[in-house]
Every structure is written in C-alpha cells, then in structure tokens.
Design a protein around this ligand. Sequence first.
Ligand code: AHR
Length: 528
Amino acid sequence: MTLDSIRFFPGISILLLFSTAPVTAAETAHLSIDASKAGAKIDRNLFGQFAENLGHGLYEGIWVGPDSAIPNTRGVRNDVVTALRALKVPNVRWPGGCFGDEYHWRKGIGPAAQRPATLNSSWGAVIDTNRFGTQEFMDFVQQIGSQAYVSINVGSGSPQEAAEWLEYMTAAKPTALAKERAANGHPDAYTIPFLGIGNESWGCGGNMTADYYLSQLKIYSHFARNDNPAQQGEHQMLKIAVGPGTPETEWTETIMKAWQHHDWSWNIDGLSLHWYTVPNGWPPSTPSTGFGAAEYGKSLKSTLFMNDLLRKQESVMDKYDPQKKVALVVDEWGAWHAALHGTNPSFLVQQNSLRDAILASLNLNIFARHADRVRMANIAQMINVLQAMILTDKEKMVLTPTYYVYKMYVPFQDATFVPVDFDAGTYTQGSVTLPRVDALAARDASGKLWLEISNLDPEKALDLDAEISGMTAKSAKGETLSAAAVDSVNTFAAPDAVTPKPVFAGLIGGRLTLTVGPKSVTVISLEP
Ligand code: AHR
C-alpha cells in the first residue's frame, strides 16, 4: 500500500514513519488479535521500582537536601520528580535490598542535624548521614504520585523494632510513637500498602535456611501490624515474604506448604522472587557500552529465562494455592552489567542502552503473560544503580532507554491482557537463536486496544500485518523506540540518542499494517 492509496481510502489512519537506522529488506509477520478475548488484569504494580540506599541511588539521585543549589522540594530533586511522575510509578521499594536488613529506622527520623552518621556496610562501607529516612521517603513517594513498599529488617533487627516502625508510620491514635511522628512533622498516619518481610534471607539477609526463615516470617507477619484505620479490611497492607533467588524450588515449597495450613495468626499476600540477567554469570562482566550484536543476543537469550523461572516457581505455588491468593512478586529484576570503569564497584553504576530497553520490554511482556500469578515487580533500580530509569551527575540528569520503555508501557497498567497469535520466526547470531518478535496486547478501561511489538532482530525490519477482531478500530497511532546501534545510550551530552518517535500505522477495516524497525520497541493504540 502506498501513501497515496491510503490518503483516498476512508477510515484509514496515517502517522509519520520514523526510521532511526538504515534497515535491510523487511519480512512480513502475521499477527491476529481478538480484542474480545480477555485475560488477567496486568496489575499496575508490575511496573514498580526499587530505590535502595546504595551508591547514588538515593543520595544525589533523589535526595540533594533542602539547601542544595539543585532545584528541590524539601530536599527531593524536582527534575527527577517530574520525570518519574510521567511514568505513573505504582510503588517504590525501600530501603533495601541487602541494606534493608541492616537499616534501623530510628536513625532516620527527627531533626536532620541530630541524625547519626552510620556506615552503609552492605554497599562500600560509605558514611550514611541518615538524612533520607522515613519522612523523606514518604515525601518522595507522595511527590511522584506513587505508593510505599517498605522492607522491614529481619536480618539484624527484631520483631519489636519492626512493630514499632509500623506503629510509628501507621498509628492514627495518639500513641507515643504517633505523637513522635506528628512532632517530626507528619500528624497523619502514613499509608503503607506493601510490606516486605526481610530481603534475600537465604543470602545477605542472614543466610537462613528456609525453615528458619519461615519461623521468623510467622513472627514478623503477626507483629508488624498496620494501624492505619484506612488500611483495614479490603485495603489492608499486603505482606510479602522472601522467596527464591534461584530456579530451585525448595524455598518456595517450604513457605507455600506452611502457608496452605496457616491460621489466623500469620499470613502472607505475596512471595518474592529475585532474578537478574547476568549473561556471563557472577560476577557480572557484560559491558554496558561498547558491545555488538553477539553480546546483545546473548543478553536477550539470557533474559528470556525469566519465563521458565516463573513457570517453575508457579507450579509449586499452584500446588499449595490453586486459587492464586498469594502473588508472585518479582521485586528485584533487571540487567546487571559490569560496573562502569572509574566508578566505585560497590555503587553498581552501569550505562543503559537500547539493549536494556528491549530486555525490559521482554520481561514486562513475560510478567503480563503470567499476570494471574505475577502481580507485582520492581526493576532494580530506579536511579543511578543497575538498570536505572534515570542517571544523574550533580545538577545533570538524563533519561535512559529503559525509562522510555516504562513510559511507553504506562497504558498497560491495569489494562486487561488480550492474547496475540503470531509467529515471526527466529533470527540467529552465532550460536544464539532468538524469536524475531515478541508482542503484547491489552485493553484499557476506555476500550482502547494497546499493542506492543518488540523486534529483537538487530538487522531486519519487519512488516506487520495484524488482523484485529472483536472490536471496530477507527484509528491507530503509536511510537517506536530504536537507535543507530544495539549499544546506543543516552548521555548528558547527547540525551536524545534513544528516544521514542512517532510511527506510521495503517488501518483498513480490521487490518493494521506497520513496519517496525530492527532492534525496536513499538507501542500502538487502536481507538474503538
Ligand atoms: O539490587 C542490588 C542487590 O541485589 C540488592 O541489595 C540485593 O537484594 C540483591 O542481591
């Protein structure tokens, strides 16, 4: 079809095609989508973030302090808040991570000048001023329009310490702790929708056996109460237990088997899973810049293992919880590359390329396909650490390719999964063979159909011919994220190397046609 033929054809939507790089001849892939077929809700909490007290994730990345020359609101940098608001971040996990099991909340409340300096022993033994504590975190979450996912310290804390932190944050009645919170500037009880009970308790969180952790879990789950009157009944805080960090299922077996017979005195609503994409194994050695198609393919192949991992853990959960009451919460995931040369290796600083953006889309699509069980996920991490949304350097800020994927996926938050049938074949690079395409479709509350297509092939564009049934689509529009090379990155000097551009979509009757460029993520909306 030519532009001219479309122009004279009624009921056709035309948008400008943007191509970021020369492409070799396109092949055609056929997709079919029945928009009336509804699957599970793609919970908005799948698009959660993780902000640990690690490197420059919090300090400098979020918190610059009220006296900083960097524009801020009560110490939280304004540029970062504006950028994050656009992502509609559903929840932010804090304070850890490994750091969570060494965090003692009392050190992070009260007048800033009186807060003690402590060591961040998990991450480089640097001085922690504790200037970013409970109040600052809750303020940050409120400024970006998100919700709190607080991890309590099981490794080096106590049930009493956790119970008191919860009371400090959530008691509405005038208890001594609620009065202390009011004296510190927040009379109203905070809302804590999600509570993580420990972190990687099989590793940095105390090197516990599954049975030992289970006995801790029962205690913490019982005593860490949320007293906020608005969070009782159906709005109650969801408790998330530590889950596995390997494909092994022993940990999941132990927790879920016990949960099946739990009584009134303890409960969990979620089981966590941690899994990073580390293509060459530990310690992470893949470069985050300056790599080619072979490294790219290897990373994508490695990341697709997430699907098998979820299946494996879900099969155990299904055995003990066929009604899927307990969510699988992938609260740490993402690409973990080698630390950038010249940075503190404990700060986990890496660049973020087009490869990472495509890797993010593949994982988000996997989560969406498992949405009946996987109802929350947190990419690691939000700013300046691992697969970040944002990089900062003093007053400078740059949005990463992964940031743009999250922005393009906003319409999928709380949308209803719609199955897509497609087979676009594979592409091979050296010893790695990958599906050429991945796709996700969903319907939002207004009836719009959203279609995401990832073209993994680094060389070939793809013509898409999609048959849409189950709705009458009147117009189509969208945008695509790609760049000159798989390792293209955004830098402070060139912040727009990888940014979404409008894409051309043709719609005739129930047929959507478009061309997606090589190594690209494209999102199209179809208006009913
Ligand atoms: O995200 C970095 C670290 O990775 C977290 O602190 C820990 O939970 C995981 O091992």
